[in-house]
Design a protein around this ligand. Structure first.
Ligand code: ADP
Ligand code: MG
Ligand code: MG
Length: 881
């Protein structure tokens, strides 16, 4: 097996085998850029080493062969005493893992060759500085000596001479230091620093292999979802020196501005320095433009190479380069990382420049980036010190008065105030307060805590796990690590993008992108680019995108953001507020007559809600779900009631009746209890009232000249029998209203598929359903047998840490399990009823990865919260390519 490739033998298509860095070096060599020669040891060799504990037997011979070629090319031998060839040994995996693994420079130096290097370069100090760096790096990385020991030794020398920087150490000090470093190694390992260049090389390669399993690298891979078994390639490359004086230097350059996406090269340069110095920030670099002044020829040549690379890769590239005594060398290139706005802008510019197609431009952007651009941002100045830092759980910027409980949040928000809800952690009980607040701040919990997940779902700003804060809900105040006390009503600014909280109101910058998406008018380069990408996505996508919206305002907003209807209109929110009394009356009704009275009082209210929503979505489908949650959610809290009764001088008989009802309806597992279709069957008159309200609203909209497209959806069906019964009742009422109004009312009647049994018996259910809407939130809960609200606060974080979950199944659909049920449901449903329409209305409908899955599963539409619609449109387009 061939384990070693000279740079001239490879190319960019070999990134799997040569790693990203190796493939880039090979590609640049192939197209004639000035790359110091070298060779790459493949990831395959690394994998063999990692699994068997030993290098493949052929490897040593192949490395010697490649090294001999390198020595011939450079006309020098590795570590030769007179004029040595030195090499770097650089890690480079398939996916870029910046700074996560090891790179060792100046291999080949020893007690003899250091003198040779000094003579050949005419710079003694440079030679000894390189040697001491090698002993230090090799001692730490390869021989496992604690890096602090070297740092301390250098610090001692600096102190002795009272100088601030390593650069100020003279040759004598460096020679002494190198000796000390060798002694440190000897004491720590009982071994000598190896003088044999071949041994240095061999051990450095092995150390790079080992660094794949280093702690840092493992943590990084976990977070970035990079597979564990890829291994890294190793690049052995002739050294070039940017630290040979004023006519040398090193830098990083981008073919465009990676922050704004603006045209024109961009970068940093550090004269008289080696690569590591730029990255580690030990000295301040100067803008690339400075190179133009210092060395115009190298600057021009670099510009040529950058253009070549961008044309070649047809994307933003970044490069590491070094100038050695006026000669330019390119040391690395890759497709550059960029901000969200730069991603959109660059994609559009490249398309306009004719370098990529519209399809390719669409692939270059994504829904997450788009979502980030939709949030308003803070204008943070460097001297704004935050009160605390936590987990940036849900991006965006919010300002408000601090409140410490849900009820206060609700009350103050209802009075028109902007509030920030601060809790140690949130529970489902805090939901009203979270909805009312501008932002949620917690001192405990991570990215999958209740607060984080719910806030993200709602597009609400959230910082969680700000552990330095002490939250005291009783005293209604929080205390920071430095003792600052923030009391209820004080204003704070929450930056969900940075994960910080500031005292007072920071200035806000509205998101141009958010606005442009609603108005469909570009106001600048970035907004134009975003609208462009979406226009193309709309052209190519097959999936429709609808909104989850319960109010006319949400419906209007959703439509502006591109919703093609409402996939989920929940009716339970229409039962809250002042209407609660009517709902109570309905629940407490002793007989049919009392119940009928309560229901008929609710009827006109519901009808008006529907009229408003149907008007906002005129001409587009509106899927209205009949009442779903357990009834006790509309009743007061049991403990509160009991306390009120026990402490009242004259207990209110109404309270007593209420308490009895609450106790009667108490369930151990309400989410598995009397809810959904079961409610429709168990509460006489409820379905009739809701269906009548829908039907009358449709009739009225028609009278008003509108085009209402209501669809009736029955939740939590487990067996076709349930649906059959409720469908019959629904059709009966539709018929009644049709007869009364003369309107044609053949509204589609469908069901949610949110129980495994429903998915498994979808063929039967489809016989009486006009559409399926997969409720993937409940389907995830019922498939996994876990309660979202409880699990997210307890063991989901552990499962994520341990890698049991890659991502929370509530965020991204679990394709293997829950997704399989969706596939089964679609397939069986369509087989039984070819006209069956299918969609999804869980929060997954707005999650990029899930959208791709739903596309593949063949659904007709996804439905998500209004503010996620643009991202869903974009991803639906990308999925279709
Ligand atoms: P990373 O993947 O962490 O960026 P690199 O392998 O790119 O690590 O190496 C780190 C630094 O060392 C780079 O900035 C590069 O410029 C410098 N370097 C690597 N190889 C050489 C070489 N052959 N000659 C000069 N500098 C080098
Ligand atoms: Mg690098
Ligand atoms: Mg549900």
């Amino acid at each position: 097996i061939k384990y070693v490739y000279a740079f001239g033998e490879g190319g960019r298509e070999m990134a799997g085998l040569l790693g990203g860095k190796g493939a880039g070096l090979a590609e640049m060599t192939r197209i004639g850029l000035p790359v110091p020669p070298g060779f790459t040891v493949t990831t395959e060799a690394c994998r063999t080493f990692l699994t068997s504990g030993a290098e493949p037997p052929e490897l040593a011979g192949q490395v010697s062969g490649a090294l001999a070629g390198l020595e011939r090319a450079r006309g020098r031998a590795l570590g030769a005493p007179d004029d040595p060839l030195l090499v770097s040994v650089r890690s480079g995996a398939r996916f870029s893992m910046p700074g996560m693994m090891e790179t060792i420079l100046d291999i080949g130096l020893n007690d003899d060759s250091v003198t040779g290097l000094a003579k050949a370069s005419g710079r003694e100090r440079f030679a000894w500085d390189s040697y001491r760096r090698l002993v230090q790096m090799f001692g730490h990385t390869v021989m496992g000596v604690d890096g602090d020991l070297f740092q301390e030794a250098i610090a001692a020398h600096r102190e002795k001479l009272s100088v601030a920087a390593d650069q100020d150490l003279d040759v004598g000090e460096l020679v002494a230091l190198t000796d000390e470093f060798k002694e440190i190694i000897r004491r720590a390992t009982g071994e000598e620093f190896p003088q044999d260049p071949a041994e240095q090389l061999h051990r450095a390669i092995r150390a790079v292999f080992d660094s794949w399993n280093g702690e840092r690298a493992r943590v990084y891979r976990h977070r970035e979802h990079i597979p564990e078994d890829l291994g890294t390639a190793v690049n052995v490359q002739a050294m070039v020196f940017g630290n040979l004086g004023a006519d040398s230097g090193t830098g990083v350059a981008f073919t465009r501005d990676p922050a704004t996406g603006g045209r024109g090269v961009y970068g940093d340069y550090l004269p008289d320095a080696q690569g590591e110095d730029v990255v580690s920030g030990v000295r301040d670099a100067v803008p690339l433009a400075e190179l133009k002044r210092l060395d115009p020829a190298s600057y021009l040549e670099l510009g040529d190479h950058l253009r070549t690379l961008e044309n070649h890769y047809r994307d933003l590239c970044d490069v590491e380069f070094t100038v050695e005594r006026g000669k330019l060398w390119i040391l690395q290139t890759r497709v550059g990382k960029r901000t969200a706005q730069a991603a959109f802008r660059i994609a559009r510019d490249l398309r306009e420049e004719g370098r990529i197609t519209a399809d390719e431009a669409l692939v270059r952007v994504d829904g997450d980036a788009l979502t980030r651009l939709m949030f308003p941002r803070f204008d943070v100045r460097p001297d704004d010190v935050p009160l605390a830092k936590g987990v940036p759980a849900s991006p965006g910027a919010a300002v408000g008065a601090v409140v410490f409980d849900s009820a206060t949040a609700h009350r103050r928000a209802a009075a028109g105030e902007q509030v920030v809800l601060v809790r140690r952690e949130t529970t489902p009980d805090d939901l009203p307060g979270m909805i009312a607040a501008q932002a949620v701040l917690t001192s405990r919990g991570g990215k999958t805590s209740h607060a984080a997940v719910v806030a993200r779902g709602m597009g609400k700003v959230c910082v969680c796990g700000a552990e330095s804060l002490t939250v005291d809900p009783v005293a209604r105040r929080l205390t920071t690590a430095t003792g600052v006390v923030v009391s209820e009503g004080d204003t704070v600014s929450v930056d969900g993008t940075a994960g910080t909280v500031h005292l007072g109101a920071l200035p806000l910058t509205a998101s141009d992108v958010g606005q442009a998406l609603e108005t469909r008018e570009a106001t600048g380069e970035v907004t134009a680019a975003v609208l462009d990408a979406l226009a193309h996505a709309d052209e190519v996508r097959r999936l429709e995108v609808r909104a989850n919206a319960d109010t006319p305002e949400d419906a209007v907003r959703a439509r502006a953001l591109g919703a093609e209807g409402i996939g989920l209109c929940r009716t339970e929110h229409m039962f809250l507020g002042e209407r609660r009394a009517l709902v109570e009356a309905m629940i407490l009704a002793r007989d049919d007559e009392a119940r009928a009275d309560a229901l008929s009082a609710l009827l006109p209210l519901q009808r008006n809600d529907f009229v408003g929503i149907l008007a906002a979505m005129d001409g587009l489908p509106v899927t209205i779900r009949l009442l779903d949650p357990p009834l006790h959610e509309f009743l007061p809290d049991r403990t509160e009631l009991a306390v009120r009764l026990a402490t009242a001088v004259h207990p209110d008989p109404h309270d007593r009746a209420l308490l009895a009802a609450v106790e009667r309806m108490q369930e151990q597992n309400p989410m598995l209890g009397l809810r959904g279709v079961r409610l429709a069957l168990a509460v006489p008159g409820l379905v009739a009232m809701q269906v009548r309200a829908i039907a009358e609203a449709v009739a009225q909209r028609r009278l008003d000249g509108g085009d209402p497209r209501a669809e009736i959806m029955i939740p939590l069906v487990g067996t076709v029998e349930e649906l059959r019964l409720v469908r019959a009742e629904t059709e009966r009422v539709l018929g009644e209203v049709a007869a009364e109004t003369g309107a044609r009312l053949d509204l589609p009647i469908g069901t949610m598929i949110e129980l495994p049994r429903a998915a498994l018996t979808a063929g039967r259910i489809a016989e009486v359903a006009d559409f399926f809407s997969f409720g993937t939130n409940d389907l995830t809960q019922t498939t996994w047998g876990l309660s979202r609200d409880d699990a997210e606060a307890s063991f989901v974080p552990l499962y994520l840490d341990e890698g049991v979950f890659g991502t929370s199944p509530f965020e991204t659909i679990d394709q293997e399990g829950v997704g399989r049920l969706v596939e089964i449901g679609v397939e069986a449903g369509r087989a039984a009823n070819p006209r069956l329409e299918t969609g999804v209305c869980g929060e997954h409908g707005g999650d990029p990865e899930s959208v791709h899955f739903f596309h593949r599963a063949g659904l007709d539409y996804v439905s998500c919260s209004p503010f996620r619609i643009p991202a869903a449109r974009l991803e639906a387009g990308r999925a279709a390519l």
